[in-house]
Design a protein around this ligand. Structure first.
Ligand code: PMV
Length: 306
């Protein structure tokens, strides 16, 4: 029996369907090849220890330890060390990746053989406990990887068979506060239910069409769908002038389409770009004040590294 294990899980990008996914509508999400690594080791110390040099907030790992040890009535102490390929400030899903990797590491360390669905359920429960809101799309991406057609709370988690998408990811320079944006849309929804639900339904049509184009590798149509999704997110008032500028410049520079990705209010935008225009689009995003994050998508889900 091993007394230590290292596990990694990927970050994520929302391709289509943010916000409406909170209301039970579908979304499309992909996992990135930028990963979070969790090493878990049994120790003789009398309390657990978390070593996370890149982050201040270790609540997700702390709670994962508490949840797991309570569930299985475990008394051994564990030392958890985390490391990430990407900053927790860019909104690419470091909290969900570290949570999923922690549960998987503990499952392997204590030989509990948790299934992916059990890891998803524990991670989702923990996220709701800490954040109060969330559809869980980021957790599904961290667990299963690839590209997923996803419905709230894991009601549907269907892998979409496709190749990695030619995406450019641009960080706008400041972090989004996802719970605040979810609450903002909630209050819009409560004030004008019909109009907001109409937008959600329009987004849903884009998700369904987008899934089809994705499976056909039809980037020209998929890009167009992404730009339309961005316009609907503008209508929901979750974009910012800077994200809008980055999206507009990317499209003018020859991207098939572009949109904000995630809650809005900050974080990243994505542009779908053919090889010929890639450099031009990257430059246009930088000229609009963005920073390019070099990542691939359609990456594998949680896995044991050693
Ligand atoms: O800000 P992110 O990348 O965690 O994305 C949030 C997406 C929402 O649909 C607004 C919320 C959710 O949990 O689905």
């Amino acid at each position: 029996m091993n007394n230590k294990v290292t596990v990694s899980a990927p970050g994520k990008l929302l391709l289509l369907g943010e916000h409406s996914v909170i209301y039970g509508y579908p979304s499309l999400v992909t996992a990135m090849d930028a990963r979070v690594y969790v090493k878990a080791q049994k120790t003789d110390e009398n309390s657990d220890r978390i070593i996370a040099p890149q982050v201040k907030d270790t609540r997700f790992v702390e709670k994962a330890l508490v949840f797991f040890k309570e569930k299985y009535q475990l008394s051994s102490s564990v030392c958890v060390t985390t490391r990430s390929d990407f900053s927790h400030n860019v909104g690419l899903g470091s909290s969900s990746a570290v949570t999923v990797a922690s549960f998987k590491a503990l499952s392997v360390l204590f030989e509990k053989n948790l299934t992916n669905k059990e890891i998803f359920n524990l991670s989702y429960q923990l996220t709701i406990h800490i954040q109060g809101v969330g559809s869980g799309f980021d957790i599904a991406a961290a667990v299963w990887g690839g590209v997923l057609y996803y419905i709230y709370g894991g009601k549907t988690i269907d892998p979409v068979v496709t190749s990695a998408l030619p995406l450019v990811v641009g960080y706008c320079g400041f972090k989004a506060d996802t719970p605040t944006l979810v609450k903002k849309v909630r209050s819009t929804y409560q004030k004008s239910r019909l109009a907001t639900d109409k937008i959600f339904k329009e987004i849903t049509q884009l998700v369904e069409k987008g899934k089809k184009y994705l499976m056909m590798n039809d980037y020209s149509h998929l890009g167009n769908i992404m730009t339309q999704n961005h316009k609907l997110l503008q209508k929901l008032n979750v974009s910012t002038p800077k994200l809008d500028r980055m999206v507009e410049k990317a499209v003018s520079a020859g991207a098939f389409g572009a949109k904000l990705s995630g809650a809005g209010g900050g974080d990243c935008m994505i542009a779908l770009v053919g090889a010929v225009n890639r450099k031009k689009v990257e430059q246009a995003i930088v000229n609009a004040g963005g920073e390019i994050i070099q990542v691939q998508n359609n990456a594998p889900g949680v896995r044991v590294e050693q």
